[in-house]
Design a protein around this ligand. Structure first.
Ligand code: HMG
Length: 455
């Protein structure tokens, strides 16, 4: 018999400081409405001087251990996904292992496997599938695995990507018979294309991005993955080809959110693709006219074209779109609007946001995941929400942590961005948390990172 596996609990970590999007807009001479309404960003989560992707990952993992009363022997993998790891060789997962041993004792975690997965923002979804498959196979020697997604999204000052920065980590507790979400492995669809929309050569601290082009790559890969997911559902007899709508089978969904408006773009194209050959599309076409032709265009050329964007804008104003968006997507963005992009963590923070903020009973609903990573690859997969989710979700407290943050000024933000503050010059000095305290300077440890739990 196939094992039932999935996500048993979630713990999040967000830095304690943020930058207000309107303040950034004013400083950069951009109309604030472009950021708050046009892109959907209200606040950007900013890492303090003592923080990096490893400290954020360790904080999320520690929270997950503590709130579930887990002991090291209960865990056989600490698997981290990131694209902003500080070292080209040593994985963050191993730094996290060391940080957790500062709490649980030297040698307490020496039995774990600790790989790191990299594939831009889609890395954590790949890591999660690997770990769930391992548990489902019965090869695991402990009941739980932890997957942590952790990232700092950073672009050049004054660039068009700057407002889409952010930082956060999220830890997923994976096991058999989970209390939150049961994975549906048979439907999972992938879409991968070797592309250059966004990348960060090892010598750079900020990403190189072709903004509008990257949006088109996201939409293209997502469509390929959706088609694969749909085909798998049809083969499994869950969906009737040409008759059923895939979105009708979903109760809620979370998409990767580089900025919240991107999720609206993705969901609009997803709905149009899903509904195009169904009777309901005729009603919509009567209201907003036919879809523009894509003849002679590549997918990317079509997605960046003004005709497509204008049509999508009209579609997102229809009552049919608004109903689906409000019902299935909007709550995933409540937290993401005030975090910004957190790369690998983003789509999973959207899940946390849904579970924490939705007031209706989600039990038994199908949760769709649309995960995208530049470079490029999309994964579309799904879970079924479990009856015990409400109790577990109460302990996530992401919204509470976000509400407790302190606002920083543009000057402080720029100093942090440019590394002009020393490790011991944090805006909020570390307390009860892991901190990067030193960088090696000797020939044997040049650039090595030393972390300490500060009480
Ligand atoms: P842009 O090109 O300057 O923005 O930067 P725009 O001109 O496309 O405008 C955005 C929206 O604001 C539009 O809305 C405008 O109309 C509206 P729409 O019409 O499309 O609905 N607007 C306004 N609204 C109200 N008041 C105003 C106003 N002015 C304009 N005054 C861009 C946007 C995303 C390109 C830029 O921020 C960027 O380069 N960001 C980084 C790249 C990125 O986030 N790409 C997303 C897809 S790739 C991805 O998700 C992967 C990634 O996470 C990395 C990874 O995988 O590792 C990035």
């Amino acid at each position: 018999m196939e094992k039932i596996v999935g996500i048993d609990d979630i713990a999040t970590y967000v830095p304690k400081i943020y930058l207000d999007a309107e303040e950034m807009a004013n400083a950069r001479g951009i109309p604030p409405g472009k950021l708050t309404k046009g892109l959907g960003i209200e606040k950007l989560s900013i890492p303090d001087a003592h923080e990096d992707a490893a400290t954020m990952a360790a904080m999320a993992a520690l929270k997950l251990m503590e709130k579930n009363d887990l002991q090291p022997k209960d865990v056989d993998f600490i698997h981290v996904a990131t694209e902003t790891g500080p070292d080209a060789s040593k994985p963050i997962s191993c730094y996290v292992q060391g940080m957790l041993e500062q709490i649980y004792g030297k040698g307490s975690f020496d039995h774990v496997g600790a790989p790191e997965t990299k594939f831009a923002c889609v890395g954590a979804t790949y890591a999660m599938i690997d770990r769930l498959a391992y548990i489902a196979s019965g090869w695991n020697r402990a009941p739980c695995a932890i997957v942590v997604a952790t990232d700092i999204a950073r672009y050049e000052l004054n660039s068009s990507g700057e407002p889409t920065q952010g930082a956060a980590a999220i830890a997923l507790l994976l096991k058999e018979n989970p209390r939150l979400l049961v994975y549906e492995p048979k439907f999972t669809g992938f879409g991968t294309v070797d592309d250059r929309d966004f990348f960060r050569p090892v010598e750079r601290k900020t990403a190189v991005v072709d903004g509008q082009y990257s949006i088109a790559c996201y939409l293209r890969d997502m469509r390929i993955a959706v088609d694969a997911y749909k085909k798998n559902m049809i083969n499994a007899g869950v969906l009737k080809s040409g008759q059923d709508s895939l979105v009708d089978k979903l109760g809620l969904a979370s998409f990767h959110s580089p900025f919240p408006k991107m999720v609206q773009y993705a969901f609009a194209d997803f709905l149009a693709h899903d509904w195009r050959n169904l009777p309901r599309w005729k009603t919509i076409s009567r209201k907003i006219g036919p879809e523009p032709s894509r003849e002679g265009m590549t997918d990317v050329e079509y997605y960046v074209s003004d005709d497509h964007k204008n049509f999508r804008r009209k579609f997102t104003k229809t009552e049919e779109f608004i109903k689906e968006y409000e019902e299935k997507i909007a709550d995933s963005l409540t937290a993401l609007r005030i975090i910004g992009n957190s790369y690998t963590a983003s789509v999973w923070l959207g899940v946390a946001s849904h579970l924490e903020t939705r007031r209706d009973d989600l039990t038994g609903k199908r949760l769709g995941i649309g995960s995208y990573g530049s470079g490029s690859s999309a994964i579309v997969c799904s879970f079924i929400v479990q009856p015990e989710y409400k109790e577990v979700a109460k302990g996530i407290k992401l919204m509470k942590n976000l509400a407790e943050r302190q606002r920083i000024s543009m000057d402080v933000y720029e100093d942090l961005h440019e590394g002009r503050r020393q490790l011991n010059e944090s805006v909020i000095p570390p307390k009860n948390e892991f901190a990067l305290v030193n960088l090696g300077t000797q020939s044997h440890d040049h650039g090595y990172r030393y972390y300490r739990y500060i009480k």
